[in-house]
Design a protein around this ligand. Structure first.
Ligand code: PHE
Length: 340
């Protein structure tokens, strides 16, 4: 028996030192220590020995078994420690590796202008109202003192999407909605998309406007000039000047076109302002008494100021863009320049 054990001892020592992982250990245990293992088999051989030798042989086998068990336990711990260390090593993050660059989006120039205008106006106590893009004929034209046979309708080539239903041609129908629903006095600005059948270097079928409406008592054109002057200074530079030129809109009386001193040359005359020193930025006026009456208010009691500005036009002036289509081409090289 002693020789068998010695031979087995050598075999086991080699097998244990070869074991590299939990799987090897499992196999090792089954081969030597398990129910069908070689050491267990030794126990079963005890019966072959004469009775008086059995205790001594049994002791030998037991000691051997205990020794192998102890070595096995030690190896098990060693393997567990090594496996954990390998796991940690594989999960380590190399914090010195360069990070992936992510391209960030930015706001579109038209959006920047809209936000700047909204900020300037809310700072003056205006609320922001978003009207609807699909309007009925009444709100887009009739209530704005532009009846069916009015020549002013010819000025706007309109997208009709149904009998008397249009894509709004301007943000002015928002004036009517506000007059119908808000309690005067109030001050609102209404930014939004508008649509006209128009397409050339300075026109696109869809563009943005921002309407302004003030309803209060005893308003005059001077109030409008004060308001727009403040606005122009905050939109362009603090030394920007404004001037009014007489104009015509069916829904304002008197009506004006508003120019700002040229942001390129400061008013001395250049290519941008075609040598005049002035650039037109919006239309406006004192709200026509008929519009106020159309909405059920007494025009002797309430007066109004209104204006409408094209946001793309202001963006083009502000950022020196000479073709409106550049704003809609989605050219990343251009749009990237507006990222903050
Ligand atoms: N709605 C006019 C346009 O689109 C602008 C405007 C608005 C004029 C309000 C006067 C008052 O041209």
């Amino acid at each position: 028996m002693k020789e068998t054990i010695d031979a087995l001892r050598r075999e086991i020592a080699a097998a244990l030192s070869d074991a590299k992982n939990g799987e090897d250990l499992k196999n090792f245990f089954a081969k030597y220590l398990g129910k069908a293992g070689s050491i267990t088999a030794l126990m079963k051989e005890l019966g072959k020995y004469p009775k008086e030798e059995r205790p001594a042989v049994g002791k030998l086998v037991n000691e051997f078994r205990d020794a192998v068990m102890t070595d096995f336990k030690a190896k098990e711990e060693e393997v567990a420690r090594a496996e954990l260390a390998a796991k940690y090593a594989s999960e380590q993050t190399d914090i010195t590796m360069p990070a992936k660059r992510r391209t960030r989006g930015g706001l579109h120039p038209t959006t920047l202008v809209r936000e700047e205008l909204c900020n300037a106006f809310t700072g003056m106590g205006f609320t922001v109202y978003e009207g609807r893009e699909i309007e009925d004929d009444y709100h887009n034209f009739t209530a704005l003192n532009t009846p069916k046979d009015h020549p002013a309708r010819d000025k706007q080539d309109t997208f009709y999407i149904g009998e008397d239903i249009v894509l709004r041609t301007h943000t002015s129908p928002g004036q009517i909605h506000c007059l119908e629903t808000m309690k005067p006095p109030f001050k609102v600005v209404m930014p939004g998309r508008v649509f006209r059948c128009d397409d050339d270097a300075t026109h696109t079928p869809m563009f943005h406007q921002m309407e302004g409406l003030v309803i209060d008592k005893n308003l005059s054109l001077c109030d409008l000039q004060g308001l727009l002057d403040t606005l122009a200074k905050s939109m362009f530079t603090p030394d920007t000047r404004t001037r009014f030129r007489p104009s015509y809109f069916p829904f304002t009386e008197p009506s004006v076109e508003v120019d700002v001193s040229c942001c390129e040359c400061g008013g001395t005359g250049c290519r941008l302002c075609k040598g005049t020193g002035w650039i037109e930025i919006l239309g406006g006026g004192v709200v026509n008494r008929r519009v106020i009456a159309n909405c059920g208010l007494d025009p002797d009691e309430w007066s109004g100021l209104a204006f409408g500005a094209g946001l793309e036009r202001i963006a083009m002036l502000k950022y020196g863009v000479n073709n409106i289509h550049i704003l809609y081409d989605g050219d990343q090289d251009i749009l990237r320049q507006f990222r903050k």
